[in-house]
Design a protein around this ligand. Structure first.
Ligand code: NAD
Length: 439
């Protein structure tokens, strides 16, 4: 059984906005709070500040129905049976996550809650954060001499940008780290509508829930770095990583997912979360060489495509490169830690010229490179007169391009395929020089 609830979501980014939209879609009343006035202004007018398939329709529909509202006023969070914390936890110079926004929100919650509330931490945070959030809230309620019952729950989010709405609506699992049993029942009611597919809600202590998120992301990043190392080895010994991957994936113990070699992983999660877990281990003097290697391999992998370009052209100065795909993965406009940034930086620093195109991430990449690079309106336009085409992000529209057209447009028929999406022998037949990763 599901019960209608009043909910506030603090932090309206990729996670917060999806959480709010999906919870309103099933009938709850949601108030989104964010300190970014520009973002809230846009949202109030029905403009979605990020690209995420399916999100815009849900947000618009629920704004219209009056179930989804927005505010910049932290004091408004007295609204609600449940308050989600979904603010960012970006990495600090040291690799440790910056928890200042989480703690700031915890303080505000302590200053403003007025009735029994469940505080749900959805931000990705180190083990012990829920305990700290509880301490901060308690200190504030004590100051106000209010004896308000509250419970801090750890509920890490596992959605993937690009399929975030689907992932939230039909999650593989919902993880709840809970201390107080009264909160357990309410949280199960809140999520009941999302597990009609039979997937489980699993309850554990808060420390385990916090660790489960970091361990999951570290494992996924580990698979990518592992395959990238195998790919680089394949190149040296004359193997093709695509065949190797296929052979490996048929072993049920290994499975087929996340075994793709490429230009390295990016995004706001894997790099940050691997570093955070490894920092957490360092803080308790437990050596984790495997975790350290994941990130080390990835940093090097982001350079592999550029090294191939440099090796082929020798001198990059004055040469122009057409780049397809700038977001860190397809179906998102998120460019945080994207390999495209490393590659563009390297080309520019070597005196090269970049013309770039992405179906959704042009605005984001312009914020980073401004007038330093050229921007195309569509994928073929930037190929005209370019010395080579570089594929970095495998958006669907790049998968089956018109190679005859590309060949006519490019100055040299050279393709660097950072995601191994093209068929090397077909391209060879068409007269291209093809460079993939690990083949
Ligand atoms: P984001 O940067 O897109 O959004 C964070 C939002 O929080 C911003 O809108 C910011 O203005 C707001 N904010 C910051 N401080 C605030 C404060 N004091 N009060 C109110 N609002 C404040 O971040 P995101 O990608 O949504 O990630 C949020 C958290 O979820 C992170 O911990 C992240 O690791 C985790 N996470 C992200 C993803 C993902 O795919 N993006 C997936 C799972 C988990």
């Amino acid at each position: 059984m599901t019960y209608y609830m009043n909910i506030s979501v603090i932090g309206t980014g990729y996670v917060g906005l999806v959480t709010a939209a999906c919870l309103s879609e099933i009938g709850n009343e949601i108030l989104c709070i964010d300190i970014d006035h520009e973002k809230i202004k846009k949202l109030k007018n029905g403009h979605i500040p990020i690209y995420e398939p399916g999100l815009e329709e849900i947000v618009k529909r629920n704004i219209k129905s009056g179930r989804l509202k927005f505010s910049t006023q932290v004091k408004d969070l007295s609204f609600g049976d449940v308050a989600f914390i979904a603010v960012g936890t970006p990495p600090k110079e040291s690799g440790r996550p910056d928890l200042s926004a989480v703690y700031q929100v915890a303080k505000s919650i302590g200053e403003h809650i007025s009735r029994q509330t469940i505080i749900v931490d959805k931000s990705t945070v180190p083990v012990g954060t829920a305990r700290e959030v509880e301490t901060i809230i308690r200190a504030q309620t004590k100051k106000r001499r209010k004896n308000i019952q509250f419970s801090v729950v750890s509920n890490p989010e596992f959605l993937k940008e690009g399929s975030a709405v689907m992932d939230f609506m039909k999650p593989d699992r919902i993880v709840l780290g809970i201390k107080e049993s009264w909160a357990k029942q309410k949280m199960k009611e809140l999520y009941a509508a999302f597990v009609k597919n039979g997937h489980p809600i699993i309850v554990m202590n808060r420390e385990s829930a916090e660790m489960a998120k970091y361990a999951s992301n570290a494992m996924l990043a580990c698979k990518i770095s592992f395959m990238n190392q195998i790919a680089n080895l394949c190149e040296i010994v004359g193997a093709d990583v695509e065949s190797v991957r296929h052979a490996m994936s048929l072993d049920q113990r290994i499975g087929e997912h996340f075994l793709y070699a490429g230009a390295g992983y990016g995004g706001s999660c894997f790099p940050k979360d691997v570093q955070a877990l490894s920092s957490l281990a360092k803080d308790i003097q437990y050596p984790t060489p495997l975790l350290d290697a994941i990130e080390e391999v990835n940093i090097k992998q982001k350079l592999v495509l550029f090294q191939k370009i440099q090796k082929f052209f020798k001198n990059i100065e004055g040469r122009r490169f057409a780049i397809w795909g700038l977001s860190f993965k397809p179906n998102t406009d998120d460019t945080r830690e994207a390999p495209s940034i490393t590659i563009i930086d390297k080309i520019l620093n070597s005196g090269g010229i970049v013309s770039a195109y992405d179906p959704k991430a042009m605005t984001e990449i312009k914020k980073i490179f401004g007038k330093k690079i050229q921007y195309g309106k569509e994928m073929y336009q930037i190929c005209k007169g370019a010395d080579a085409l570089i594929l970095i992000t495998e958006w669907p529209e790049f998968r089956e391009p018109d190679f005859n057209k590309i060949k006519k447009l490019l100055k040299n028929p050279v393709i660097f395929d950072g995601r191994n999406i093209y068929n090397p022998s077909l391209l060879k037949k068409k007269g291209f020089l093809y460079f993939g990763v690990g083949r």
